[in-house]
Design a binder for this molecule. Structure first.
Ligand code: ADP
Length: 627
């Protein structure tokens, strides 16, 4: 066959133009692409050798080699894989065969139109990426089962040539004639680090020809750069704790020991291997604006990206590890990942596994789980709001501090302790556990030994809206609306109603005096020792929604709280006496003011006029001393 010149298909030319005037920030990925092609070629040769028995089976070891030549400034990637015949050469590296590349092209075009070239990062364009660093590429290839080899060459300028040549064994050499400024890729050190980073888990050895000087003599030796161990594909029985831990360090950059290792191969609708870890400590950026999602995505042993947000939902962003899919194309683009049925299936599967593992940890290693939840509970809670399908499983994973003991409890535990006649789980949201434990709202619950869950993460207030009930029991906040303790407090209720009747005028007067601050003043069922507390109106917006609406510059109706007084507190007869003496007395007004401020204080809310409050308290102390 004489030398023939052929034109690239238009699409290839477009792609080449884009690649050459590259928008790529990471040119080094060309090596990953070529190594990956070499690895695929070996996969296929190995498969043919096994199945077709082509006579070429007495093979030496399968391997990929990288040979830099500093004198002529070339870099050659060789494999002893399947090779290509003339027709395959034409079809494979003259046309765009795979849809991933097409999608990539579309994405590139888009990004150019919108003027954001940085969009292109880590996704490969296969063989053509060689032109990012080379101004001429030569491929010498011999198909398994054929005796002749072919030499393909192009400078990326619109056409390529093909001619016959010789090659001792089947396989392919891709030689890059490096561009002026790309000598970096001749450096042993650089090549070694790129292979380690991107292709460490390729299962065939990747060898670098290194020149060593020993006793003034130069020798060329082969050095294997990759570990070849895709730990996630090995049977569990062969892997030691130490292996798992080492790999955890590699993927998580965390020197600690993972709390849990989840290793499995999924088969069926989607096929993938996964090796996931649950860390012990939260990373510093867990709650930051741009937290790293720590799942590395591999496609058939080839590294694709180390921060694959699509594989795991944000509320499990602390999970680290690797997923290796055999269903995704190697040139998978960011856009494809975002909207891909396979990726969604993988995600679903991973979520199920992680939630199941957490449930087991909670049931069997409670202390460990409590530690885990302390670190990651805040993030896990986001799931209650975001992942409707797994809401029940997530609700079962929640832990809350409780008025029943020091240890946090699950909703299931709180539920199982409820008496037959009461199907309500009570909770109180507060800024801290300490503030919650001291809240006057708890008094009646303490007295009646009714459990209250204390929700003290800022996110609780918001998330609990998505959880109106748990296993047939309503979840109710104890600081909103009328408290209904049913039979547990019938006696108190009767007393309260009688007191309200007897002090109707006093209550109205207090309400009048505080009408700017509170919506209503009434007697409480909640209090045992404290004189008063503030309660949110049943229909008031929850504070989180209020904040969102305000941020959106929406009109938010001012919602005033309700002031509740303890009918059994000695302050009530004192106020009643003052009121009976002179409903307009200045002292009564001061007392009412003090009362309201105390209610604010006991709930950790800021006082409107702390100086005035403090003056009034000291005046009272002076008066008490004088009497
Ligand atoms: P992809 O590998 O994603 O299919 P590429 O552009 O990298 O896309 O390669 C196109 C095709 O060229 C490959 O699918 C393969 O058939 C062929 N090819 C590339 N490199 C080699 C190689 N080293 N040996 C054999 N075939 C190869």
């Amino acid at each position: 066959m004489s030398k023939k010149t052929r034109k690239f298909k238009t699409e290839v030319q477009q792609l080449l133009d884009l690649v050459i005037h590259s928008l790529y920030s990471k040119k080094e990925i060309f090596l990953r692409e070529l190594i990956s092609n070499a690895s695929d070629a070996i996969d296929r040769a190995r498969f043919e050798a096994l199945t077709i028995k082509s006579g070429d089976t007495g093979h030496q070891e399968w391997a990929i080699s990288i040979s830099p030549n500093r004198e002529v400034r070339t870099l050659t990637i060789s494999d002893n894989g399947i090779g290509m015949n003339a027709e395959e050469l034409d079809r494979n590296i003259g046309t765009i065969a795979n849809s991933g590349t097409k999608a990539f092209l579309a994405e590139l075009k888009n990004s150019q139109e919108t003027g954001s070239p940085q969009l292109i990062g880590q996704f490969g364009v296969g063989f053509y990426s060689a032109f990012m660093v080379a101004d001429r590429v030569t491929v010498v290839t011999r198909r398994v089962g054929e005796s002749n080899a072919l030499r393909w060459e192009s400078d990326g300028g619109g056409s390529y040539t093909v001619e016959e040549t010789e090659r001792a064994e089947p396989g392919t050499d891709v030689t890059l004639h490096l561009r002026e400024d790309q000598d970096d890729y001749l450096s042993e050190w650089r090549l070694r680090s790129i292979v380690k980073e991107y292709s460490n888990y390729i299962e065939f050895p990747i060898r670098l020809l290194v020149t060593r000087t020993k006793d003034d003599k130069e020798t060329v030796e082969e050095e294997t750069l990759n570990s070849m161990k895709s730990i996630w594909k090995r049977p569990k029985a062969e892997i030691t704790e130490e292996d798992y831990r080492e790999f955890y360090h590699h993927v998580s950059h965390d020197g600690g020991t993972p709390l849990e290792t989840i290793h499995f191969q999924a088969e069926g609708a989607v096929e993938f291997s996964a090796l996931l870890y649950l860390p012990e400590k939260a990373p510093f950026d867990l709650l930051g604006p741009e937290p790293q999602h720590g799942i590395h995505l591999y496609v058939r042993n080839v590294f694709i990206t180390d921060n694959c947000k699509e594989l795991i939902p944000p509320y499990l962003r602390f999970v680290r590890g690797v997923v290796d899919s055999s269903d995704l194309p190697l040139n998978v683009s960011r856009e494809m990942l975002q909207d891909d049925a396979i990726v969604r299936k993988i995600q679903k599967n991973l979520v199920n596994r992680v939630l199941k593992t957490l449930a087991q940890m909670k049931d069997n290693r409670r202390d460990t789980y409590v530690g885990f939840f302390r670190e990651f509970g805040k993030v896990l809670k986001e799931g209650l709001h975001a992942d409707f399908a797994n809401k029940d499983a997530l609700a079962d994973l929640m832990l809350y501090p409780s008025t029943h003991g020091e240890e946090p409890v699950t909703l299931r535990e709180a539920r199982d302790r409820l008496p037959e006649e009461r199907k309500t789980i009570y909770y109180l949201t507060a800024d801290s556990e300490e503030a919650a434990r001291h809240s006057p709202h708890l008094e009646i619950f303490r007295e009646k030994e009714i459990e209250v869950l204390l929700m003290t993460d800022p996110i609780d207030e918001w998330v609990v809206q998505s959880l109106p009930e748990y296993d047939g029991c309503a979840l109710r906040p104890i600081d909103r609306g009328e408290l209904d303790l049913g039979q547990a407090a019938t006696e108190e209720q009767t007393k309260r109603d009688a007191a309200a009747e007897a002090h109707r005028d006093l209550l109205t007067a207090i309400g009048e005096s505080l009408k700017e601050q509170v919506k209503e003043v009434r007697f409480s069922l909640r209090l045992a020792a404290s004189p008063c507390c503030l309660v949110a109106d049943e229909n008031a917006l929850n504070p989180h929604m209020e904040r969102i609406l305000r941020a959106m510059k929406q009109e938010v109706p001012e919602t005033k709280p309700i002031l509740e007084l303890n009918p059994a507190h000695p302050l009530v007869p004192r106020l009643q006496a003052l009121f009976a003496e002179d409903p307009d007395s200045a002292q009564l007004k001061d007392y009412i003011d003090l009362l309201y401020n105390q209610a604010l204080l006991s709930q950790g809310l800021p006082l409107r006029d702390p100086v005035k409050f403090s003056r009034m308290v000291s005046d009272l102390m002076v008066q008490a001393g004088a009497s």
